[in-house]
Design a protein around this ligand. Sequence first.
Ligand code: ZN
Ligand code: ZN
Length: 139
Amino acid sequence: MDKKRDCWEWTGSISQHGYGRLTISNNGHKKTRSAHRVSYETFVGEIPDGLTIDHLCRNRKCINPSHLEAVTIKENVSRGNPLWKQEAARTHCKYGHEFTEDNMYKYKTKTGGVCRNCKTCMKARTRKRYTLAKLEGMC
Ligand SMILES: [Zn+2]
Ligand SMILES: [Zn+2]
């Protein structure tokens, strides 16, 4: 068996999100942790602050450290969700301007989602808007 290629499926309990889960007892306090995070910490190293562990194999039950990668939460979300869904969930732009009816441009995407751009930001940086829109993950 090729250890690097095959998924190591977690056979213990599974969380409601489909991730392997284990319970650790610490001085009588029980703590539930994600199995893949524990695996990463054991085989690879500490998970840096603010990073989440992404499954390169997309198998949530997998705890093979060669299939795990520490990524920023944003990266992880954009891999698993269509862009417009993330966009719809946002209440503020990247720079903290609230998406109010007056402060956004709304438009439909080809996939049927609704995209919003922050007017304040767009006004401030009209000339650079295309590159910025790309950088910020706007539709
Ligand atoms: Zn895997
Ligand atoms: Zn803004």
